[in-house]
Ligand binder design. Structure first.
Ligand code: NAI
Ligand code: MG
Length: 492
């Protein structure tokens, strides 16, 4: 596929040459079975579904559709592994296996990056520089904790929960698998993981890594399928913990399904993050942060900075600079190293985003889109901003999960704060200012789990992540992430 030269580049008479990452070194099987009990096994009912490349609409592979019977097999394998090898193993030994997964991921990073971009549509720059290295970093980080859990919970004895059922979304497929599997294993649990139906391939490759790392059979089981498969995991009576990342609607269903059961749960749900720019901010850096916050990774980020609040005195300047920057964004081939904005993950997601573009205009907002060309095949959305919106507009209140930014202004800090907090969500936020005092004030009073100051969308395995309000329950990452996978008993 050709990369799309951007308009400014054309106007000034130059353009980047295409710089596509090679796919020669990547092997994708025609068909993937379920990874249960350390082997790849066909689904009981024999069903498979296709996963496509959203940038070309070409079929990449077929993947097994796990039914209740397959999920039951996976849970049984996980329980057997928990009772047998894994819970009896010395914690330092357990850590060695997790380190091994981390190292193999690093060795195969290039291959994983390309597959992530092929299957999900995200630019190779993101999968190469963010998703895959961070996934390895999570395994390294939690491997280190495996034999030090006593220090994580002083005065208490942490005990594994048992079998963890983990359901993940399509926006950071391998990274979300790492977020969930690494702490679960470090704490001595076994796992049944379900990747999203549009992006199962790096999870199946991870299954190969887990097998090659020599983990005892059944410690990690990976089953593919859509919502029904996810629900089978949630409703399985022998699962001790559910970890879910995805939409708030499904999060609610899960919460309802496990109410009154022994299952522990963590839910990472939607977001509508406020990015707040004060007049004293370094404006050029802030504009770059806005672009990074909402346009990179196509806005497929639960903590995306999808609401922008600009202090009134600099609003015209910020919006103009943002529009100029949007014109230079390159939308197109995810495998091209110059690409800034890749493909929308699926046809239904594109439909959802496009419906919001209509809603925004019907609500009276002014829409501006980058004039960049987009490829003819595949699912694409130009970077888009809405100005002239009000707090009650749906494009301000609801999660769009695409490269769409709603812009409002404020005069005083209090007004900015009130507007930023006027949302049912509370996952993340960003503050841009030259004044440390404002940073402290805002980070304490914006009701969100993560607040970035003079930067955006930065992640680290040592830092906890999670939401307030309708953005979820519990924390993942860091020391807090361990707490989600243990029961604490009095020190014996
Ligand atoms: P979704 O919440 O349906 O999918 C997330 C995962 O849950 C997938 O693995 C899916 O197969 C599974 N799932 C679906 N129904 C289930 C059920 N009843 N029980 C158990 N598991 C189930 O999200 P979807 O439909 O892919 O995207 C819809 C919207 O959700 C997006 O437009 C976006 O707004 C939001 N979303 C938020 C994410 C986040 O990171 N917070 C990630 C993905 C989507
Ligand atoms: Mg796909």
């Amino acid at each position: 596929m050709e990369s799309q030269p951007n308009k400014l580049a054309f106007d000034s008479g130059w353009a980047y040459s295409p710089a596509p990452e090679s796919t020669d070194h990547v092997h994708i099987d025609k068909k993937y079975d379920l990874f249960i009990g350390g082997e790849f096994v066909a689904p009981v009912k024999g069903g498979y579904f296709e996963t496509i490349n959203p940038a070309t609409e070409e079929v990449l592979s077929s993947v097994a559709e796990a039914t209740d019977a397959d999920v039951d097999r996976a849970v049984k394998a996980a329980r057997k592994a928990y009772r047998g090898a894994w819970s009896k193993m010395n914690a330092a030994e357990r850590g060695k296996y997790i380190f091994r997964i981390a190292r193999i991921l690093q060795e195969r990073a290039r291959e994983f990056s390309v597959i992530e971009s092929l299957d999900g549509g995200k630019p190779i720059r993101e999968s190469r520089d963010i998703d895959i290295p961070l996934a390895a970093a999570h395994f390294f980080y939690y491997a280190g904790w495996a034999d030090k859990l006593g220090y994580a919970f002083p005065g208490r004895t942490p005990k594994a929960l048992g079998v963890a059922g983990q359901i993940i979304p399509w926006n950071f497929p391998l990274l979300m698998a790492a977020w969930k599997i690494a702490p679960a294993l470090a704490c001595g649990n076994t796992v049944v993981l379900k990747p999203a139906e549009t992006t199962p391939l790096t999870a199946m490759k991870l299954a190969e890594v887990i097998r090659d790392a020599g983990l005892p059979p059944g410690v990690v089981n990976i089953v593919t399928g859509a919502g029904k498969t996810g629900a089978a995991i949630v409703n399985h009576p022998d699962v001790d913990k559910i970890a879910f990342t995805g939409s708030t609607d499904v999060g609610r269903l899960i919460q309802r399904a496990i109410a009154g059961t022994k299952k522990k749960y963590t839910l990472e749900l939607g977001g509508k993050a406020a990015n707040i720019i004060f007049a004293d901010a370094a404006i050029d850096q802030a504009v770059e942060g806005i672009v990074n916050g909402i346009f990179f990774n196509q806005g497929h980020v639960c903590c995306a900075g999808s609401r922008l609040f600009v202090q009134e005195s600099v609003a015209d300047e910020v919006i103009q600079k943002l529009k100029d920057r949007m014109e230079t964004l390159i939308v197109g081939d995810p495998l091209d190293k110059n690409t800034d904005v890749g493909a929308i993950n699926s046809a239904p997601q594109l439909e959802k985003i496009e419906s919001y573009l209509k809603i925004g205009q019907q609500e009276g907002a002014e829409m501006y889109q980058s004039s960049c060309p987009v490829p003819k095949r595949g699912y694409w959305c130009r970077p888009t901003i809405f100005t002239g919106v009000s707090q009650s507009n749906r494009v301000v209140q609801e999660e769009i999960f695409g490269p769409v930014l709603a812009i409002q202004t404020f005069r005083t800090l209090e007004e900015g704060l009130t507007k930023a907090n006027n949302t049912p969500y509370g996952l993340s936020g960003g503050v841009w200012t030259d004044k440390g005092a404002k940073i402290f004030k805002m980070t304490q009073q914006v009701r969100a789990g993560v607040i970035w100051a003079n930067t955006f969308n930065k992640f680290d395995p040592t830092s906890p992540f999670g939401g307030y309000k309708e953005s979820g329950v519990g924390r993942e990452g860091g020391l807090h992430g361990l707490g989600a996978y243990v029961r604490l008993e009095p020190q014996s």
